[in-house]
Design a protein. Structure first.
Length: 256
């Protein structure tokens, strides 16, 4: 199932997206998309709605250096254990919304990533049971003020600006994410091209590691790390991240 959130002619709603590309229907879900969703009976043509970020996360956890080739381009070894950091939920924007470069940064980078959306409250989840707590997968761009990330020595400021976490377009619930392509294009030029099978820590291992620290809640989002090829974006460009089996997340870049 493809779960999304749209601004419909009747208001904002969680929806299930169905039908062939170009002719999709958005069926309104009652209340929330967790568990077995129930439907209100209302639906709209997807083309008559505006697609929003598919979830407003309680928290966003992200993994650093989870691809060896990216760790190398950042000038370091890949760490033995997952490195986790957090982005504020206020950094989330949906497909098509602008990424706003703050005037205080001289280098704002894209980082295309597979994102995991948690489906139920959980703690201390063994990797082998991780599938039980996953609602589905979406596409993320872990936008980073690279100069501030390096200057500060920790990442909250550089990763935390409003608009620095584009998410979407959908949450796909029935996806085998073990070996799928992740690709980032800047104005149509391929900048990152890798596969999730090259992640150093699998989705299950990440959930085990993170949930040993903190309780995960329905709607929490985990960004699984970016592959090699990160680089800067400037105003006027459009960045798009595609994860096979999910879709493409495209956002224009503007200066504040
Ligand atoms: Mg990242």
């Amino acid at each position: 199932m493809k779960l999304g959130r749209v601004a419909s002619p009747d208001g904002v709603a969680f929806v299930a997206v169905e039908g062939a590309p170009g002719e999709e229907t958005a069926r309104e879900i009652a209340e929330h998309p967790f568990g077995e969703p129930t439907f209100t009976g209302r639906s709209w043509k997807l083309a008559d709605t505006r697609i929003l970020a598919p979830i407003l996360a309680t928290k966003i956890i992200a993994i650093g250096k989870n691809y060896a080739a990216h760790a190398a381009e950042m000038g370091g070894e890949a760490p033995a254990d997952p490195v986790i950091f957090m982005k504020p939920n206020t950094s989330i924007v949906g497909p098509g919304a602008p990424i706003v470069r703050p005037p205080s940064s001289e280098r704002v980078d894209y980082e295309g990533e597979l994102a995991v959306v948690i489906g139920r409250p959980c703690k201390d989840v063994p990797a082998a049971k991780a599938a039980d707590v996953i609602l589905g997968y979406t596409v993320a761009n872990d936008v980073t003020a690279r100069d501030q990330q390096k200057y500060d020595g920790q990442w909250t400021r550089g990763k935390g600006y409003d608009t620095f976490c584009p998410l979407g377009p959908w949450i796909v619930t029935d996806l085998d994410a073990a070996d799928i392509a992740v690709r980032t294009e800047l104005d149509g030029e391929v900048k990152q091209s890798s596969r999730t099978s090259l992640m150093l820590h699998s989705v299950g291992e990440i959930i085990e590691w993170v949930s040993r620290v903190m309780t995960l809640l329905p709607g929490d989002v985990i960004l699984t790390g970016t592959p090699e090829g990160v680089g800067p974006m400037v105003a006027g460009q459009t960045v798009s991240v595609t994860v096979d089996g999910i879709g493409t997340l495209a956002n224009p870049v503007i200066d504040k």
